[in-house]
Design a protein around this ligand. Structure first.
Ligand SMILES: C[S@@+](CC[C@H](N)C(=O)[O-])C[C@H]1O[C@@H](n2cnc3c(N)ncnc32)[C@H](O)[C@@H]1O
Length: 207
């Protein structure tokens, strides 16, 4: 299993090295901006984790919103790209760190996260590992804290071969409900015209 995961992690590094980052939208999604800035659901301030952060658009946003944010990605090249973007962004000093680590083995800080955000990371998780994804968030998010999932893609993607894997909210319930309660759901959150296919915004509270 560890060997298999190592290979999958190398697959992501190769994507970054060869500029095959076709998922990269060039900016954050307005659905997240809307959720936070319009206070659609009251979230605590504190520390925030963005796993599979890629170039770091969302991590930068959370840091700008005052969260002590960690952008986590298994790819060294992703970290370099994210750090370079952060330098050009207006981020309060000390609020943002990019870390190269595997989501499954990452050693979290002593105080667990108040907020975690998952956008397109779940779509990279092989369906057989999805329960581990849910379990891992339960280990990383503090009791009373929140996991925000912007679930995408919903209306395309593969079922079991190569990412992105097609998602739906029922599969999130299957792997999160043991430890989280769904507290907010928007099946039609604001979308950029360039990425208009279906996504679902969901906020889960850690029990
Ligand atoms: C589809 S990309 C999404 C990036 C970013 N969320 C975005 O929307 O632009 C998935 C990212 O997850 C990272 N990744 C894949 N497996 C990972 C793992 N086990 N731990 C941490 N990061 C991982 C990849 O390197 C890649 O940058």
């Amino acid at each position: 299993m560890a060997e298999d995961r190592k290979e999958y992690n190398e697959f992501w590094e190769r994507k970054w090295n060869h500029n095959k980052t076709h998922w990269d939208f060039g900016k954050m999604q307005i659905a997240l901006k809307d959720l936070i800035e319009e206070n659609k659901y009251p979230l605590p301030k504190g520390n925030c984790l963005v796993p599979g952060c890629g170039r770091g658009y969302d991590a930068i946003f959370f840091a700008q919103q005052g969260y002590k944010t960690i952008g986590l990605d298994v790819s060294v090249s992703a970290k370099k790209a994210a750090e370079s973007l952060a330098k050009k962004s207006n981020v309060p000093p000390g609020n943002l760190e990019f870390v190269t680590a595997d989501f499954y083995t990452y050693e979290p800080p002593a105080s667990l996260f108040q907020v975690a955000y998952d956008y397109t990371f779940l779509s990279t998780i092989r369906p057989t590992d999805r329960h581990l994804w849910g379990q891992r968030y339960a280990e990383l998010v503090a009791s009373g804290g929140f996991l925000i999932t912007l679930i995408f893609p919903v209306d395309f993607g593969s079922k079991d071969s190569v990412p992105p894997f097609q998602l739906n909210i029922e599969m999130c319930h299957e792997v999160l409900d043991n430890n989280f309660t769904l507290v907010y759901e928007d099946r039609d959150p604001p979308k950029d015209p360039e990425r208009s296919s279906t996504c679902i915004m969901a906020v889960w509270k850690r029990n």
